[in-house]
Design a binder for this molecule. Structure first.
Ligand code: HEM
Length: 405
């Protein structure tokens, strides 16, 4: 049986591979807090789509908005028939879908591993990983699919080294995540990959709890003695899943965008000091969190002249916020010289991306080395033929055929 996903309640079809759905520009100007109806919601079916940068930032820092799973409506339907939708509260350790103070307790245990300083200390290892991936790529006979040979490999190998996951477990986990992070799988695919993913993580945790926990990130967390096996399972799920579905898409889509903007690519190649800002601008311009973030109001909240009632879900369109002309001049242009730092590609507030410094360092070093090593890298198909990940939680490309030499 092939699962036919019900269209998400928000616009998601892209006409240009790098621009958010065309509807957002009009919504942002004319109806920035616009009503939507959720088919599946534990409380209110009526909710809102928020498209302006200032409203989204405000909501992301307002404790009257919650991220608790048992309260949130679904932005798109799951791959099975659901008659009654009454989600459970988040399992222990699944801090992404918790509010303070539960969220704070878990997040504090993890932040020390991902600070700017920690990632700076990790950079020599990251460089070695990236050089290794590029050495392997240079041995290949082009054309190659850049997604497979470059974009997926760097985050996979850095996750192995930081979290102490074996390469074979990581390969399996990556395959399962890549299916369940889409919204167009079949029911059978979902069940298979979800079960396999859980079984792999359960085995990994059981081994560590029974024997030597290891001295990597997961091992050090276990050694604190503060976390149960179930909590560790959920933390590992979030941390590994968070890394595997995001940075690869930014690498592949970012390379595609740079190849399609040769004048910008030439500029950053001439002036490598621009690479840091190029990464920020790519994060802003491409905003891979395709369906944005969502929150639910715990009480009635007035915002932008509308009342969001208690129990209503709001979808925060991060792709739209990052094209808001109130914050970014000529927002639809890709311009590596612009100040881009105020983008919301990593979210904002207490749930702001935990892995953002790792993602930034990986992208900065990765793009620099890719174009140093393959200065004449080019697509082997017309841009219109590159397959886009429109029905996935994180936007990107499924394949990027490239050649060189
Ligand atoms: C370019 C790459 C990435 C992008 C665009 C990205 C984007 C985001 C966004 C938008 C959020 C906030 C979601 C919300 O508020 O509802 C988030 C949260 C998170 N990200 Fe990332 N992410 C990236 C890379 C990573 C990496 C490499 C890791 C892991 C090492 C990671 C781990 C997490 C975690 C654990 C959270 C949840 C934090 C919390 O709830 O406190 N992310 N990410």
């Amino acid at each position: 049986m092939v699962y036919e996903p019900k269209a998400p309640v928000i616009p998601y079809k892209r006409t240009c591979p790098f621009d958010p759905a065309a509807e957002y520009a009009q919504l942002r100007e004319e109806d920035p807090i616009s009503p939507v109806t959720f088919e599946l919601s534990p409380r209110e079916k009526d909710g809102w789509l928020i498209t302006r940068h200032d409203h989204i930032r405000q909501i992301m820092t307002d404790p009257r908005f919650s991220h608790r799973s048992e309260l949130l409506a679904l932005v798109h339907s799951p791959p099975f028939e659901v008659e009654e939708y009454s989600p459970e509260p988040s399992a222990p350790g699944n801090f992404v879908r918790m509010d303070a103070p539960e969220h704070t307790r878990y997040r504090r245990l993890l932040t020390g591993f991902f600070t700017v300083r920690k990632i700076q200390q990790y950079e020599p290892t990251l460089e070695r990983i990236i050089d290794g991936v590029l050495d392997e790529m240079a041995e290949m006979e082009p054309p190659v699919d850049l997604v497979k040979v470059f974009a997926e490999k760097i985050p996979a190998r850095s996750t192995c080294s930081i979290m102490g996951v074996s390469e074979s477990d990581l390969t399996a986990l990556a395959e399962h995540f890549s299916v369940i992070m889409r919204i167009d799988y079949t029911l059978e695919e979902f069940i298979h990959h979800n079960n396999e993913l859980n079984a792999t993580l359960e085995r990994m945790m059981a081994e560590r709890f029974a024997g030597d926990p290891g001295d990597d990130l997961l091992g050090q967390l276990i050694a604190t003695g503060e976390l149960t096996e179930q909590e560790m399972f959920n933390i590992a799920w979030i941390a590994i899943g968070g890394a595997l579905d995001t940075t690869p898409n930014m690498f592949a889509l970012g390379t595609f965008a740079l190849l399609e903007h040769p004048e910008q690519l030439a500029k950053v190649r001439e002036r490598p000091e621009l690479m840091e800002n190029t990464v920020e601008e790519l994060l802003r311009y491409l905003t891979i969190s395709h369906f944005g973030a969502s929150r639910v109001a715990l009480e009635d909240v007035e915002i932008g002249g509308r009342t969001i009632k208690a129990g209503q879900t709001v979808v925060l369109s991060l792709p739209s916020a990052n094209r808001d002309p109130r914050y970014f001049e000529n927002a639809d242009e890709f311009d590596i010289d612009r100040p881009s730092r105020r983008h919301l590609a990593f979210g904002f507030g207490i749930h702001q991306c935990l892995g953002q410094h790792l993602a930034r360092a990986s992208l900065r070093i990765g793009f620099q080395k890719l174009f140093d090593r393959f200065p004449d890298l080019r697509l082997t198909v017309p841009a219109q033929q590159v397959p886009l990940r429109e029905t996935a939680m994180h936007y990107g490309v499924y394949e990027l055929p490239v050649t060189w030499g």
